[in-house]
Write a protein that binds this ligand. Structure first.
Ligand SMILES: CCCCCCCCCCCCCC(=O)SCCNC(=O)CCNC(=O)[C@H](O)C(C)(C)COP(=O)(O)OP(=O)(O)OC[C@H]1O[C@@H](n2cnc3c(N)ncnc32)[C@H](O)[C@@H]1OP(=O)(O)O
Ligand SMILES: Cc1cc2nc3c(=O)[nH]c(=O)nc-3n(C[C@H](O)[C@H](O)[C@H](O)COP(=O)(O)OP(=O)(O)OC[C@H]3O[C@@H](n4cnc5c(N)ncnc54)[C@H](O)[C@@H]3O)c2cc1C
Length: 664
């Protein structure tokens, strides 16, 4: 086996000083979960029908979609068998067990929204009678989640689709009054789904009750023809997500039974009586759930990108460090380590934060189930800023990995553009980056106001009460001092934004204008808060790990420390403004950063091997386990349909006549 493995990678693996298997189990959650994941991967990869004859990149938009549906059906066939046979339990917690679909489908599974949003929304928003009806086997529904419209995605209260109650027939009448009211973007809506959860404005007896969720059949369950009153289709090619079958739908006096409104929270009775939800923000529950999942999703995509970047950088030799010596592995250039190692650290950070958020989410949801909504605003604030920052950082990190691969990173066959397309989408969907930062800022500003007035603050921001004077501890105890410094930055930035709002109000502006005028500062405060949270949770969770061998503990602490010092240097201006840090302290942090790059260097390939992403999921000419980079690049180039003919027809049709005409 090792005979076929690139010699540099063999040497790198020999250098690794920790137990890779142990780290694989930590990343998966346990040894049992690793075994389960591998079992699922082995089963799925042995299915012949899931293999491609022609590389996906050479297919047309329509062919890509059709191929994705073919494989998507087969894939779920295999998954459902696993669940039916109790090999794997249906489980909503974030995990890597089913990531194999990213290798099989290359981009996004066209059925993703059915399992990822349609079913969870029924589970969370429908009453028990509705759940029994819609979640039963044989319901015939393949669904999606249609919220965004052509004219509105962010501002949900501005959605225009209407659901008007008709007491005569006990039905709702769905309408899209204008072009901008068409639902636009839902995944799988184009040609996959025959049903959808639809968010619409509820009207009863001429009175508007705001946005509510409805389950709507879109296509005939047998023929798949769009039903009368429904106009549905697909929205066309995108930067990524090209197999997701994002679609549009419009309604023209389309009737559904009253009982198709999701009624766990708000209800409409037979006589048209409207019963309000205990908290109307519960309607937004599905977004909260996906925002929590996105942290783990980004962690995984980053693991893919940096596996490609690090393995390639170990195989790639370019330039000489010292005259007379052989060309260096590019991984030996410290600038290359600077480009790449933050992605290894960030993947671990977002994985740890994802688990932490999942625990927080399940705890708060249990309390909400018992009627206690107290923690909902804090959960919403945490999920918004962490979703925003993790997805945004994810995109920057994938781009750094692409740059680390030079020209070859620009090839689709490297799969870095593919991973980029997936992560870039997550910055926008489930709440756009800036918009979500502003949601958290809203919470922070309220908290700051509370702190000034001596209110007890929720635990995650209790430190604000101590930070009016922008204190921070001594800078001797790195890296903990960075967390303290970041607390001072958060407090300082909230205060700056808060004072800015006050000053505009004092000059006669109303609050909303003052908010808008201060919004750049507000997003900065929110970003600082997310950064503090990630550093704090990543460091404390890593430090308190038990039952870990010494060497694994050492590398994990090095990665957590690298994350903290990297961001301290990136944010040194903020630390200088708001904490007690000095230039000398920053110089020390810089030295420690460079030292950490050196400490991580011998384990770099081991660390990406520990992400344990099989070649069939990585889908990269540059990142495969054996490091046969140049052979794979040429093998992929040979697959180009243009290489079938020695002389392409265009020569005779266009080039030759052009040469003759211009006497070239
Ligand atoms: C890397 C990945 C790869 C893997 C692939 C994965 C595929 C996944 C596929 C995914 C495909 C993609 C699928 C998709 O993309 S589905 C579509 C997703 N769409 C969005 O996320 C829309 C974003 N917009 C909103 O969420 C809201 O409208 C916002 C938040 C902007 C404001 O809202 P609105 O203007 O209506 O609110 P308001 O002003 O009346 O009131 C604001 C008050 O409400 C509170 N509040 C707001 N929201 C929540 C909440 N949730 N829980 C609890 N509370 C909440 C808030 O704190 C404030 O409280 P207070 O300050 O007044 O006390
Ligand atoms: C790949 C992909 C898949 C998707 N899948 C689905 C799906 O399955 N179902 C679904 O319903 N939707 C889906 N969406 C839609 C997605 O949720 C929305 O695009 C997203 O919520 C952003 O809304 P928008 O497009 O209206 O952006 P806009 O809100 O129009 O944003 C445009 C700009 O305006 C700024 N802006 C807007 N409001 C404010 C404000 N209040 N303050 C400051 N700045 C502001 C934003 O920051 C942004 O820079 C998907 C989108 C993508 C890209």
């Amino acid at each position: 086996m090792s005979a076929n493995i690139n010699k540099d990678l063999v040497r790198e693996r020999e250098k690794c000083n920790f137990d890779i298997q142990e780290l694989i189990h930590i990343i998966d959650g346990s040894k049992e979960k690793t075994l389960m994941r591998k079992k699922v991967e082995d089963l799925v990869l042995s299915v012949e029908d899931l293999k491609d004859e022609i590389p996906e990149d050479y297919l047309s938009h329509k062919e890509k979609f059709e191929n994705a549906v073919r494989k998507g059906c087969k894939l779920f066939d295999v998954y459902l068998e696993l669940i039916d046979n109790n090999i794997q339990k249906a489980d909503r917690s974030p995990s890597n067990i089913y990531r194999i679909h990213e290798g099989i489908l290359k981009q996004v599974n066209p059925f993703l929204l059915h399992f990822g949003l349609f079913i969870p929304t029924i589970v969370n928003q429908a009453n028990s009678e509705q759940q029994a009806k819609w979640l039963r086997k044989g319901s015939k529904m393949i669904g999606t989640y249609s919220q965004t419209e052509l004219g509105h995605g962010t501002f949900l209260r501005g959605l225009e689709t209407t659901a008007t109650f008709d007491p005569e027939t006990d039905e709702f009448i769905l309408n899209s009054p204008k072009l901008t009211s068409y639902k636009f973007w839902p995944g799988g809506l184009g040609h996959i789904s025959n049903a959808s959860i639809v968010m619409a404005q509820l009207h009863i007896n001429g009175k508007s009750h705001g946005i509510h969720l409805f389950l709507i059949q879109i296509r005939d369950f047998e023929t798949h023809e769009p039903l009368p009153g429904i106009k549905v289709g697909e929205i066309g090619p995108k930067l990524g997500f090209n197999t997701a079958n994002n679609g549009f739908v419009g309604f023209n006096n389309y009737r559904i039974p009253r009982t198709n409104m999701l009624m766990k929270n708000a209800q409409v009775l037979r006589d048209g009586t409207y019963i309000k939800s205990k908290n109307d923000k519960l309607t937004y529950g599905s977004m909260l759930l996906i925002r929590v999942h996105i942290l783990t999703d980004v962690a995984y995509e980053l693991a893919r990108a940096v596996t490609i970047g690090v393995r390639y950088s170990a195989v790639r030799h370019q330039s000489v460090l010292k005259e007379g010596e052989p060309e260096s592995q590019v991984l030996d250039y410290v600038t290359q380590q600077h480009k790449l190692f933050i992605s290894i650290a960030s993947s671990h950070a977002f994985r740890v934060l994802g688990q932490w958020m999942w625990k927080t989410y399940t705890k708060v949801m249990a309390e909400i189930g018992d009627g206690n909504m107290d923690q909902l605003p804090e959960l919403h604030a945490l999920s918004c800023c962490l979703k925003a920052v993790s997805s945004y950082d994810g995109v920057q990190c994938v781009e750094r990995c692409r740059l680390a691969c030079g020209g070859h990173g620009y090839l689709l066959s490297s799969n870095l553009p593919g991973v980029y397309g997936i992560v870039a989408a997550s910055v926008t969907y489930e709440g756009e980056y800036t918009v979500l930062l502003l949601q958290t800022a809203r919470y922070l500003v309220k908290a700051w106001n509370g702190a000034i007035n001596g209110k007890t603050l929720p635990s995650s921001i209790a430190f604000l009460s101590d930070n009016f004077n922008q204190k921070s501890s001594s800078w001797d105890n790195l890296p903990e001092a960075i967390i303290e410094g970041f607390k001072a930055v958060v407090a300082g930035k909230i205060k700056t934004a808060f004072d800015s709002i006050q000053s505009h109000v004092n000059k006669g502006r109303d609050f909303e204008d003052a908010w808008n005028l201060s919004s750049v500062k507000l997003t900065a405060a929110s970003e600082a808060y997310a950064r503090f949270l990630i550093c704090d949770v990543f460091w404390s969770e890593t430090k308190k790990m038990t039952n870990v061998s010494k060497n694994v503990a050492v590398v994990l602490l090095q990665l957590a420390e690298l994350y903290l010092v990297y961001w301290a240097l990136e944010k040194s201006g903020d630390l200088l403004m708001y904490s007690t840090i000095s230039k000398k302290n920053i110089d020390n942090i810089q030295s420690r950063y460079e030292e950490l790059l050196g400490l991580i260097r011998p384990n770099a390939v081991g660390l990406v091997d520990a992400f344990d992403i099989r070649d069939e999921i990585l889908c990269s000419t540059l990142g495969s386990y054996d490091g046969r980079v140049y052979e794979r690049l040429m093998e992929e180039a040979a697959k180009s349909p243009l290489n079938k003919d020695k002389v392409n027809d265009t020569f005779h049709k266009y080039i030759k006549p052009f040469m003759i005409k211009h006497k070239l």
